[in-house]
Design a protein around this ligand. Structure first.
Ligand SMILES: [Zn+2]
Length: 173
C-alpha cells in the first residue's frame, strides 16, 4: 500500500486528532497512552466506552477522523444533551423519538429515526454496531471505516439541516 493517498490520510488524521485532543484535554500528550488507558474521569466515560484502549488507535495504518466522526467521539455536536449544555435547548429530550436523553450514544446507536441509515452500514460491516465495538470494526478495514463514517455523516447532517429549518425559536420543545 502506501503512496500519496495514505500520506494525506495520515496528515488529515493528525489534524483531526488534534481536535480530539483539544476536546478531551485530559489526554494531554499523545505519549500518555498508559494514562489514558488507566484513568477514566466522568468527562471521558463516553470516549472510553468507544475507545477502551488507545494503543491500537495510534498504531492503525489509516483512517482519517472527519468532522462528524469527531462530533461523535467527543459528543460535541448535534446531540440535545450537548445543545442543552451550551444553553441552546432547555432539556435533553430527543426531538425525533421523545427519548429522555438524546446524546451521542442515543443518536448514533439507538434512535429509531436513524434505523435505516444504521442498518445500511451494519449490512456493509456485517456486524451490529455498538459503542463497544464500533472503533474496533472501523479499524479492521478501509471499507468498514468508510461505512461508519458515512453513517455518522448522514445522521448528523440530517440533524443539522433539521435544526436549521426548525430555527432558533422552536429549539425549546
Ligand atoms: Zn431519538
Amino acid at each position: 500500500m502506501g503512496g500519496p493517498c495514505e500520506a494525506k490520510r495520515r496528515i488529515l488524521g493528525c489534524v483531526a486528532e488534534s481536535i480530539l485532543l483539544y476536546a478531551a484535554p485530559i489526554w494531554g500528550s499523545v505519549l500518555e497512552i498508559n494514562k489514558y488507558n488507566t484513568v477514566a474521569s466522568d468527562k471521558d466515560v463516553w470516549l472510553h466506552k468507544l475507545l477502551p484502549d488507545i494503543t491500537p488507535w495510534y498504531e492503525r495504518s489509516c483512517g482519517e477522523i472527519g468532522y462528524y466522526l469527531t462530533q461523535t467521539m467527543t459528543a460535541h455536536g448535534s446531540f440535545q444533551s450537548y445543545v442543552r449544555r451550551i444553553g441552546k435547548a432547555e432539556n435533553d429530550i430527543c426531538l425525533y423519538c421523545s427519548s429522555e436523553i438524546d446524546n451521542a450514544e442515543h443518536t448514533i446507536f439507538r434512535c429509531p429515526a436513524w434505523a435505516d441509515i444504521r442498518n445500511l452500514s451494519e449490512i456493509t460491516v456485517r456486524a451490529e454496531l455498538r459503542p463497544e465495538n464500533i472503533v474496533q470494526i472501523m479499524m479492521e478495514a478501509d471499507f468498514k471505516w468508510e461505512a461508519v463514517e458515512s453513517m455518522v455523516e448522514k445522521i448528523l447532517k440530517r440533524k443539522e439541516q433539521d435544526n436549521r429549518q426548525r430555527g432558533p425559536n422552536t429549539q425549546q420543545h
